[in-house]
Write a protein that binds this ligand. Structure first.
Ligand code: FMN
Length: 199
């Protein structure tokens, strides 16, 4: 991002920041994002997930759709996402509307995971109360046996969400706390407007 001459389209620049973070050393999980949702009572919640796609159509992550976040998104299909790359002194904020990824992509991604993570995804009743750890292990072994002879079937409630790029905010640390900060928002015609913000 050239903060003195901001580009008209911020998406290639966001992509560049993500690619740079992923190719640089110093952060073992550069694609980890903080995902914030709001439940039907207006209560926000946040957790880490892994970003599995980013382009002009939005940012993709995968999860159990019966989880707390999934239930919130069902009612309130909007999300705020934060990347923080401390080693690069950058943060990137993404906000937008949330939709389901198509099932073909859900299947492709599920199949790309190791067999044990597939089994783990089926076994975990994500976000439900668990009386003790043994329950998770027992469910894991049960699913292992269930699919012993073949591929692990993706549960219908496990898949991806896409967060549209409604707002993108770039932040980069500067000397004397005079940080650079620029916010892009989609206009009605699908273009972008941008403004600088006090840091
Ligand atoms: C580095 C990291 C990556 C994670 N990636 C995912 C992920 O891609 N999908 C997911 O469902 N949970 C992921 N988790 C677990 C979530 O943070 C969270 O505990 C889980 O999704 C349940 O959240 P919820 O109860 O708010 O729905 C990850 C946790 C960490 C620390």
């Amino acid at each position: 991002m050239d903060f003195s001459h901001p580009p008209a389209d911020p998406v290639p620049c966001a992509r560049q920041w993500i690619d740079h973070a992923c190719s640089s050393s110093g952060n073992p999980n550069p694609d980890a994002i903080y995902l914030s949702t709001v439940d039907p009572d207006g209560r926000p919640s946040i957790r880490t997930v892994l970003m599995k796609g980013f382009d002009e159509d939005g940012l993709v992550f995968f999860t159990n759709k019966r989880s707390r976040k999934g239930r919130a998104l069902e009612v309130n299909p909007r999300a705020a996402i934060l990347f923080h790359w401390d080693h690069l002194q950058r943060q990137l904020l993404v906000e937008g509307d949330v939709t389901h990824v198509d099932q073909k992509r859900d299947d492709e991604y599920f199949q790309s995971r190791g067999r044990d993570s597939q089994i783990g995804a089926v076994a975990s009743l994500q976000s439900e109360s668990m009386p003790n750890r043994g329950d998770l292990e027992a469910r894991f072994h049960q699913v292992q046996q269930e699919f012993a002879d073949g591929p692990v079937r993706r549960p219908a409630h496990w898949g991806g969400y896409r967060v549209s790029l409604g707002r993108l905010e770039f932040w980069e640390a500067g000397d004397h706390r005079l940080h650079d900060r620029i916010c892009y928002e989609r206009d009605e015609n699908g273009g972008w407007t941008w403004r600088y913000m006090f840091p």
